[in-house]
Design a protein around this ligand. Structure first.
Ligand SMILES: C[S@@+](CC[C@H](N)C(=O)[O-])C[C@H]1O[C@@H](n2cnc3c(N)ncnc32)[C@H](O)[C@@H]1O
Length: 227
């Protein structure tokens, strides 16, 4: 296995590295790491896409969608594949990653970003949602970290807690849905969502990681009423 570095940047959160993994056979795989911790790669993106598919299936008219965390763009791409979506706002905290997606350092990046319905915002999703108006979105999808039990950035802990989840509820329209991705089962998150939303549900996602069978998790919450 050979690794070729495609990009390296530092930000207030530390070091971000983009590299390509090359095996003897098959296409190269783009891998994102933050402070030496694996974040994701372009080989196994089924659960990133399932995050979008799960949410889109639950709402009749998902016109306004917010995705927290650009990553390598697979959730966003799955959202934009749905013609019912009028606008997809993606909030990403790392400006270097947005640059690598825009300039082709991530080879599929420019193609994924070429959609007039996309609004890409460089910000902390906590800040961006606090500034959003009430009832702005039909769907809020959050995949900004590896889940509350496996944080890459400790500052993201608040994004899995009641005060921020109340903000998520505030920006959702009645009938809206929030879905949070987690690498491990997160009963505390389910409980916190249960305090804030009208219904909450945990869903397991089967995934094969380098030949191993694993499970990732989605936490799905609905707003059925105002307030
Ligand atoms: C696991 S990746 C998202 C993967 C994405 N779902 C996809 O399909 O490629 C997490 C992303 O969230 C970003 N991120 C981390 N903390 C954030 C925050 N507080 N606000 C916005 N983006 C954040 C990371 O820089 C990274 O790009």
């Amino acid at each position: 296995m050979e690794y070729v570095e495609l990009g390296r940047a530092t930000s207030p959160r530390g070091e971000l590295v983009l590299r390509e993994r090359r095996a003897e056979r098959g296409p190269g795989v783009v891998e994102l790491r933050a402070n030496g911790v694996y974040v994701m790669d372009s080989a196994e993106t089924g659960t990133e896409q399932a995050l979008a598919a799960t949410a889109l299936a639950l709402v009749e008219e998902p016109r306004e969608v917010l995705v927290g965390g650009l990553g390598l763009g697979f959730t966003m791409h799955a959202v934009l594949a749905d013609a019912r979506v009028h606008r997809c706002t993606v909030v990403e905290i790392e400006p270097a990653l947005v640059g690598w997606m825009r300039d082709g350092t991530v080879p599929h990046g420019p193609g994924f970003l070429a959609d007039r319905r996309l609004r890409l915002v460089v910000a902390d999703v906590g800040q961006a949602l606090a500034e959003a108006g009430a009832a702005s979105y039909d769907l809020v999808l959050l995949d900004v970290d590896n889940g509350p039990g496996n944080l890459v950035h400790t500052a993201n802990a608040s994004l899995y807690d009641v005060p921020f989840l109340r903000i998520v509820r505030h920006v959702l329209r009645p009938g809206g849905v929030a879905v949070v991705w987690s690498a491990a089962r997160a009963p505390g998150l389910e409980q916190a969502m249960g305090q804030v939303f009208d219904t909450t549900e945990e869903r397991a996602l089967d995934v094969r990681l380098q030949g191993r069978a694993e499970q990732y998790w989605l936490y799905v919450a609905r707003v059925t009423s105002k307030g």
